[in-house]
Write a protein that binds this ligand. Structure first.
Ligand SMILES: O=C([O-])CC(=O)C(=O)O
Ligand SMILES: [Mg+2]
Length: 227
């Protein structure tokens, strides 16, 4: 059950050194390194090409058609934080635009992930202010119904707690629990090292069939080559 009408002012953020260690890695690597967990649904997309985002989450629970809590959340931002906004029910209204982005940036916020709509995309692109949203929609919102800030939310199917690390790029959005950041950064490094050796072998012409030892199981499964 959602907790409504509350702002938690204390967020336990992970060690900045651990967040830094996670920095080189993209969404797909981080998702795999977490045991294939943490992904938001793929309908959350960057609002302009090339937008990328990472930082610790300040979570927002919105009511449909109402962006009041986004304004409340901006006050809670610390430099490098990312707003992560979920909604109590599906809504594609344009909750956020360049004015709110200007305010987020003035407080040092890094960007927004929202399971809702966003507008003013031309201005956001010019500002290079990264937003990942479920829709681009000019339809505006009101400020009338309480939600919450810094409560656990589910955003596009991913559980997000305040202080979790959010990584967003062209592949999607993944959420790393605050307590797992160092471990996931290590696993991401190991995975990238492993992929680098595979990349070299594939570039040299070796086939995945041989590299992964797939010929025998294919034969055992009855695969036949026919001329
Ligand atoms: O004002 C709003 O409600 C959303 C918006 O367009 C902006 O922040 O620029
Ligand atoms: Mg606007």
């Amino acid at each position: 059950m959602y907790e409504l009408g509350v702002v938690h002012r204390t967020v336990r953020r992970p060690d900045p050194a651990d967040v830094e260690a996670l920095k080189p890695f993209g969404v797909s690597t981080v998702h795999e390194a977490m045991g294939r967990t943490g992904l938001m649904r793929p309908y959350i997309r960057p609002v302009y090409p090339g937008a990328e985002l990472r930082g610790t989450a300040v979570t927002v629970l919105l009511q449909p058609g109402d962006n009041w809590m986004l304004h409340v959340a901006v006050e809670q931002l610390q430099p490098g934080d990312v707003l992560v906004a979920a909604c109590t029910t599906e809504c594609e209204d344009g909750f956020f635009g360049e004015l709110l982005a200007t305010s987020v940036r003035a407080r040092g916020g890094a960007g927004l992930v929202i399971d809702g709509g966003c507008r003013d995309v031309g201005e956001l692109r010019e500002m290079d202010f990264p937003v990942f949203s479920r829709a681009v929609n000019s339809k505006g919102t009101v400020k009338a119904t309480l939600g919450s800030v810094n409560v656990p939310v589910v955003c596009a199917n991913a559980p997000v707690n305040p202080g979790d690390v959010v990584v967003a790029d062209v592949d999607g959005v993944v959420v790393v629990p605050a307590g797992r950041v160092a471990e996931v950064a290590d696993a991401s490094r190991r995975r990238e090292d492993n992929e680098e050796s595979k990349r070299r072998r594939l570039a040299a012409g070796e086939l995945g069939l041989d590299m992964y030892g797939m010929r025998e199981p294919l034969e055992a499964a009855g695969l036949r080559y026919v001329d």
